[in-house]
Write a protein that binds this ligand. Sequence first.
Ligand code: DX5
Ligand code: ZN
Length: 218
Amino acid sequence: MIEILPSLLAADFARLGEQIAQVTEAGVNFLHFDVMDGHFVPNISFGVPVLQSLRKSTKLAIDVHLMIEDADTYAPMFVAAGADCVSVHQEACPHLDRTIRMIQSEGARAGVVLNPATPLVTVENVLPLVDYILLMSVNPGFGGQSFIPYVLEKVRALREQRERLGLSFSIEIDGGVSVDNVGRVAEAGVDWVVAGSSVFGAPNPAHAVTAMRQAAMD
Ligand code: DX5
Ligand code: ZN
């Protein structure tokens, strides 16, 4: 069963509690929380204090996607603030092995993110360590961009690699996923689908989640 992870980046921040209640009603198990530092990506979003407030107001698992240069300094703060999963970009982490182990020892599931143009071979050696791999299907920094189709090839290759190695990490995709392409995304072998504008940009976010889940099964 595919998981839909609503991305709070596309939510109305003045009505965050209400928006979370809407997707909770649709039965999601995770929220996706995009942290941007204005350096690794050309945008700034939100950080630890917002996560702390969120942690008090929801029991859903929170998947923190760190689009920041200094993940080693900040990842433990996000775990302490209540993150259940923390992912870091391969492109920003020169000591990836150490960073993954650090996140896990702090008590969260650890993921590694690859930008669309970063090949899978860059994470080959850490596949036995990670809890999940997040494949970006847009260039990170902004919601509402178009899906980059060649990422589906990466999903298929990663799924095959996982099978061959007998591993059980989850495969996540992020960017430009909508009710129109989620069928292809699910078919390629994704476990977790992040959806921002297609959920919170819809008139009814709960219905949008249900429609995406349905389209993923068709
Ligand atoms: C992009 C973020 C995404 C973003 C996705 O840099 O990592 O999580 O919220 O938004 P949509 O689904 O609108 O492409
Ligand atoms: Zn994200």
